[in-house]
Design a protein around this ligand. Structure first.
Ligand code: GLU
Length: 315
């Protein structure tokens, strides 16, 4: 860890939150709602809020980055510190990987997806839990696989440990952490690895994100524990779904901020509607950004997904 990261982490218990989109496409109103919640929950306690682009797999010039930043700014979501891009942090990930390697906690995995799927599933693990096929490969087997031209991914030995955590939305949670991939066969670092290092290095102590990521949390906690990093507080927010109950997407209609604005809905009205959908008691038509943080708190955020029909919603 760098000295400045250590200094960040050592600071008081002031909330440090973040929004961490992947710049692979436009943010829709559901993603923006989660961002608004994360921002408001950090800001309401006078906390800091950081923006991180999770661009490890999207290439050097992610098309959607500037559009995402301008959408967030339109809503009034502001950030502290410079924008962090995971693509610029590979040296740091190499360093952590080297440490885990030295501790004997990393092994090569030659399995294809299919081989994993076909192997017996761990009875209590996540649905795609890795059953440990390559955990103890002999040197001969390893050499043969390399000779076949297979490029191994790297997995961290979590040994199927149970990770327990309290989610402020979902309550007591627990799940098994399998030996998950930290670096893919093509050399790219995996989300579950980078996210843990980034959150720790930047002193993030409050993770507010969509509840589609709750199943990844035991893995992330297990890794944080192995690395001696403090665990952040978790707030997993139910996603926004379309009228068919499926995760909101373009096919449901006008779900992008610009499309909604182009339909003549003022930005203040969109803010008010999003804040209400997150449990804010606010009956005014328009809402300025600085009024949002005091209106939101975890206890009032609905525990069920927000069902949104883009054609019928009254902003
Ligand atoms: N980059 C992830 C996403 O866009 C979010 C990661 C996180 O919040 O931990 O779904």
């Amino acid at each position: 860890m760098t000295r400045s990261a250590q200094a960040t982490r050592g600071r008081s218990s002031r909330t440090v939150g973040r929004f961490a989109p992947s710049p692979s496409g436009s943010l829709h109103i559901g993603n923006l709602r989660t961002a608004l919640a994360a921002w408001a929950l950090a800001r309401r306690q006078g906390g800091r809020f950081l923006l991180r682009m999770e661009d490890l797999t999207t290439g050097a010039e992610p098309v959607a980055e500037s559009e995402q930043i301008s959408d967030l700014a339109l809503l009034g979501i502001d950030f502290d510190g410079p924008l962090v891009r995971q693509s610029q942090r590979r040296g740091r990930y190499d360093e952590v990987l080297a440490d885990l390697l030295k501790r004997g906690l990393i092994y090569e995995c030659f399995c294809t997806r299919r081989e994993i799927r076909d192997a017996t599933r761990a009875p209590h693990g996540p649905i795609d839990a890795y059953p440990g096929i390559c955990a103890d490969l002999s040197d001969t087997a390893r050499r043969e696989l390399l000779e076949q031209g297979r490029r191994p991914a790297l997995r961290v030995r979590c040994g199927g440990q149970r990770a327990e955590f309290v989610d402020r939305m979902l309550g007591d949670m627990s799940g098994i952490a399998d030996d998950f991939v930290v670096r893919r066969g093509d050399g790219l670092y995996a989300y579950n690895f980078a996210v843990v290092i980034d959150d720790a290095d930047f002193g993030i102590n409050q993770v507010v994100r969509g509840d589609d990521l709750v199943d990844s949390t035991p893995r992330q906690i297990a890794l944080a524990d192995l690395l001696g990093f403090p665990r952040p507080e978790y707030v997993h927010i139910p996603l926004v779904v379309g009228p068919d109950g499926e995760r909101l997407s373009k096919r449901h209609g006008a779900v992008g901020l610009h499309e909604i604005l182009a339909n003549g809905i003022p930005i203040g009205r969109i803010r008010a509607r999003l804040a209400r959908s997150l449990g804010a008691e606010y009956s005014g038509q328009d809402l300025d950004p600085d009024r949002i943080p005091p209106l939101l708190n975890v206890e009032n955020i609905p525990r069920d997904p927000w069902v949104l029909d883009p054609d019928l919603i009254e902003w």
